[in-house]
Structure formats: C-alpha cells, structure tokens
Ligand binder design. Structure first.
Ligand code: KIV
Ligand code: ZN
Length: 500
C-alpha cells in the first residue's frame, strides 16, 4: 500500500511575498479555488496580522473554499495568533501556523535570547494556538541551519504542547540534499511524539542554491509526510519548491510508493493562471510548466520522438494538462466559446465582466489571428487598469534606421487630458520621455523585461517594469500587440501604484 504525502500550498503566502506579485482579494479567491480543484490538502492563505488586506483575504478564501484546510501564518506572538484565529472563523477546516527562529543566529540576532527561552516561547505559542484550533502547525524558522540535537528538543517540546505538524524550513536554501534528508531522519528517530504518530514532519525548502526540490525529496524519502510548495516555484528570493516538480516526481517514480491527491491534469492551467495574475513569467526551461519543457529541438531527439515518444519523453504532456488544441479562439468565436475556454483555465466570470472581456477579445482578434490561453488570461485580468487614475489616451511613434524616434502621447489623468511630444534613442525611449514630460516626477526605470513573442508576429507583447520613486520600488505590467504601447502601459501601471 502506498503512503500519502500532504501537499501544503503557500503560493498565496510565501509566493505572494515576492515584490510585484501582490494579488487583490478577488484574484486570491480565484487562485484558491483553482488550488482546490487541483487537489491541494492545505492552502496557506496569508499572514493575517501583517495587513488588513491579508486578514480580509484569509476570511474570503475561507468562505470560498470547501475541502482544503485553510492555514494562517503567525509569529510566536499571542496577538498574531488571536488575529489569525479571527481571520479563520469561516474556514470549514482550519490550521494556525505559528513558529519562531531556532538557529543560533536567529536566537542571538533576531531575538537577543537563548536556546532555553526559545523552546519555552515555541511551546507556549503552540499551546496558545490550541485554544482556538485543533490543527496547529509549528515552524522552526532557519531549521536548515539549526543543529539537529537542539532542533529535536524544540520539536519534542512543541509536539508535547499539541502541534500536529512540525515544519522544518530550510529558510535560506542552504542545505545539501543529503544533509536535509539526514535532518529529517534524525528528527524521526529522536523525537518520541513523531514515531508515536502524534505529529508529522513537513518540508519547506527555498531554492537559493537551486536545491529546493532535491531537498524536499530527500526530506520525503526520510519520513516527512507534508511538502510545502508553490505553483511555478515562486517565493522569497529564488523561490520555494515547486508543486509541479514534487507531484510529478512522485507520479513518474511509482516505486517510491508515495502518492498525493493532486489532479495533475490541472497543473498547467494553474501554472498559467498564477503566472498571469501575478505578472510573473515562467522561465522557458522551467521543469514541467516551462514553454520548452516538452519541445524537442535537436534533430536526433525529434527523430527519436517521431519513432517512439518514450525515447525522449518521460512525461505525457496531457498528464500535466498541456492541451495541443489550446489555440482555439479566433475572431469568429462566440461568447460561449470564450466562456468555456476561461472555465477550462479556471476562470469563471460574471455576465457583466464576461461581456467586457468579450469586447476586448474581439478587438484583439481584429489585430491577431489566433487568440491563445495567455492572451485570454491577460484579457480576463485587464480590468485592474479600469480604476487607474492615469490612463493612456493615444500614442503615436515614428521610428526607423538612421533617424531619431519621435513619440507623441496623450494621457487621461483623473479625467483631464494631457499631451506631450519627445524624441528619443529608439521608440520606447521617446515614448517614455513623452510620458515623463507629463508626469513630472523624479522616477528611474530600474528593470525592463519584454517577454519574447512566442507565436507569430501579431502576438501580444508583455512588458514588466520596475520603477524607483521616492526610495521605493514599484512593479508594473503591460500587454499589447504593440510592444511600445505595452511598455508605456507598464510604466503607467507603476506610476498608478505610487503612494504619493
Ligand atoms: O521560509 C520560512 O522559514 C518560512 C516560514 C515562515 C515558514 O516561510
Ligand atoms: Zn519560506
């Protein structure tokens, strides 16, 4: 009989902490429902004390989702736990995730404390959380760099206090797979409550050295029965272990004898949805969900695959929900076809919103022959610009070889019209100089990414920008069949987020 690995998804907490990836509550609910359809066991919905937005999202996700346990993060602080319990009040299954740093550097520099006091604080936090919920998970922050003997004492104390899950984060992504595996093995062998089945161990690995998935697998092979993951591996710095990698490893390597509840055919649509809502591109060579993950380019490989697909393919793309017929919509497609495709992608829209998206769809279909899933997801998320103070009215650019580019730009700022003209070193430079003449602020473009056009010269270009203003970084996104317009949209998106 095979064992079961619980999948704890933290896309909406650790993933959402990434600068530029913030979602509003409606978007978070959309992702949470998709995670439920995907079959995750636990959704970490936020850190309620950190902001009113996070608090509200935990409440709304709790109402919207039925099967997965909803988890809220806290520090080992009573006030945090009170607020988390309040945010979880509508959850059908609920968990409080509390914890404290256990490595010597955290104990000394973060808490100015000592090992014994940290054990007391950890156990007290778990006991306090138990007043509110039965299911309490404890995290030993920086467990990756915590000495095993001491870590075992911490885990023993929190299991005694009632923790049902003990999370062993490699917070800094430092561990080697064999070290992390040995850590889990050591805890399994030295903490009484674990062998007695009172609690399970969880992995939570960061990818700073590119070893997050390898470390997670080492943990699972040594006894951990929950893996903390995110869609597309997003998360702090270099990210977290990705859901798609862990679940597909276990599916491909049946001899390991561990199963998850994940419906793998929903992996790809979920990946596209998260990437699109968070404006976070997936690297083309990303395992399982990257654009090139199933593309065979060398002649030898293509020849092999044509003879027998198993020669070079270990995963059937259909198993992860990659649908060969994904380009199905054209100018002749009706509203029902659009609605249906959006539903396949996990997006359900009210009639009014669907009508608006359909209108935009027809405009795009006028410019572009085939509308793909990415385009549709961009259109479905586009109303974020509707409430913006600054909108683009028009843009005209002339450019060429051997001449300076000239741009004239019209903006609508809170209902008033403004215009400016500028020349520049290329069309984007000219357009942004015109924009800066109207919005006269001290702002600096720090990062500018244009996503490669993947299919056809009429495709939508997607632009990500990072602009510094008033010592703060702002992230913007634009998508348009005209790449210069997409760039200006992304810059305007940043400006609309300025705090003053
Ligand atoms: O990486 C980490 O240590 C965390 C904890 C808060 C669980 O995200
Ligand atoms: Zn983390």
């Amino acid at each position: 009989m095979s064992d079961r690995l619980f999948i704890f998804d933290t896309t909406l907490r650790d993933g959402e902490q990434v600068p530029g990836c913030q979602l509003n509550t409606v978007e978070k609910i959309q992702v949470a429902k998709q995670l439920e359809a995907l079959g995750v066991d636990v959704i970490e919905a936020g850190f309620p004390i950190s902001s009113p937005g996070d608090f509200n999202s935990v409440i709304e996700i709790s109402k919207a989702v039925t099967w997965p346990t909803i988890c809220a993060l806290t520090r080992a602080v009573e006030k945090d736990i009170d607020v988390a319990a309040d945010a979880l009040k509508f959850a059908k299954r609920k968990r409080i995730h509390t914890g404290i740093g256990t490595s010597d550097s955290h104990i000394k520099f973060k808490f100015n404390s000592n090992r014994e006091e940290i054990i007391e604080r950890a156990a007290a936090a778990v006991k306090y959380a138990k007043r509110y919920v039965e299911d309490v998970e404890f995290y030993a922050e920086d467990a990756g760099r915590t000495e095993n003997e001491y870590l075992a004492r911490v885990i023993e104390a929190v299991v005694k206090a009632g923790a049902t899950v003990c999370n062993i984060p490699d917070t800094t992504g430092y561990c080697l797979p064999y070290e992390y595996g040995e850590k889990i093995k050591y805890l399994m062998e030295h903490v009484d409550g674990l062998s007695a089945g009172k609690a399970i161990l969880s992995t939570h690995c960061h990818n700073d050295l590119g070893m997050a998935t390898a470390n997670t697998m080492a943990g699972v092979l040594n006894g951990a029965r929950q893996a903390e993951v995110t869609i597309n591996g997003i998360g702090e710095r270099a990210g977290n272990t990705s859901l798609e990698e862990v679940t597909m490893i276990l599916k491909c390597h049946k001899t390991i004898g561990i199963e998850t509840n994940i419906n793998t055919t929903k992996i790809y649509p979920t990946s596209r949805m998260v990437s699109s809502l968070m404006n976070m591109p997936v690297q083309p060579n990303k395992a399982i969900v990257g654009k090139n993950a199933f593309a065979h380019s060398s002649g030898i490989h293509q020849d092999g695959v044509l003879k027998n697909v198993q020669t070079y393919e270990i995963i059937d793309p259909h198993d992860v929900g990659i649908d060969d017929n994904s380009i199905v919509l054209t100018a002749r497609s009706g509203r029902a076809a659009l609605k249906n495709r959006l539903q396949v992608l996990g997006v359900t829209l009210e009639k009014e919103k669907l009508d608006k998206v359909y209108e935009e769809f027809l405009k795009l279909a006028d410019k572009k022959k085939d509308i793909n899933d990415d385009d549709i997801l961009v259109l479905a998320g586009a109303d974020r610009a509707e409430n913006h103070r600054i909108k683009m009215d028009y843009l005209q650019v002339t450019s060429g070889v051997g001449v300076k580019s000239v741009a004239s730009l019209g903006l609508n700022i809170a209902g008033e019209k403004f215009e400016a003209c500028a020349t520049g070193n290329g069309p984007v430079d000219a357009a942004i100089k015109a924009l800066k003449k109207i919005v006269n602020r001290q702002m600096t473009l720090k990062e500018f990414t244009i996503q490669a056009i993947s299919k056809g010269s009429d495709d939508m270009g997607k632009v990500h920008m990072q602009v510094e203003y008033n010592h703060q970084m702002y992230y913007g996104f634009g998508a348009n069949t005209d790449i210069i317009a997409a760039s200006v949209e992304a810059y305007i998106d940043c400006i609309n987020k300025f705090k003053n």
